[in-house]
Ligand binder design. Structure first.
Ligand code: ZN
Length: 131
């Protein structure tokens, strides 16, 4: 397993980590299997979406912001409940099939680390495994 560090620079952002995941798959030497990407945080997550047009990640952030209001009567005393809710909405893990040593992502797909309570030093766990 590889642990990668993700340094986020703003409160909310999507960071493309596809190349780092591909590096781990190449490093594993695995021809066929599955690659797990897991985010061990409660106010950050991971998602797969378009990485060709950078506006898509902006649209995702804008929509998630709209879905999760800042001004609800949240009870969590740390004051970052919207970030916890957003992290649960996107989820903590994605899995991608490895076929002939390559991640089976669609042409326009990328893997994005999703920060909702930055800036922080974050981690992602990446594990390539046979079936
Ligand atoms: Zn909290």
């Amino acid at each position: 397993m590889r642990i990668i560090e993700v340094k986020t620079r703003t409160k909310e952002e999507l960071i493309d980590i596809t190349s780092k995941v591909k590096e781990e798959v190449a490093h594993s030497g695995l021809k066929n299997g599955i690659c797990y990407v897991y985010i061990p945080h409660t106010t950050a997550g991971v998602t797969i979406n378009e990485n060709a047009d950078p506006s898509v990640k902006e649209d995702i952030l804008m929509t998630v912001k709209k879905l999760v209001p800042e001004d609800l009567p949240y009870r969590h005393s740390e004051g970052n409940s919207p970030a916890h809710v957003k992290a649960s909405l996107v989820g903590s893990s994605v899995n991608v099939i490895i076929d002939e040593g390559e991640l089976l992502l669609g042409t326009w797909q990328g893997i994005f680390f999703c920060e909702f309570d930055g800036p922080r030093r974050r981690r992602a766990y990446i594990k390539a495994s046979s079936f």
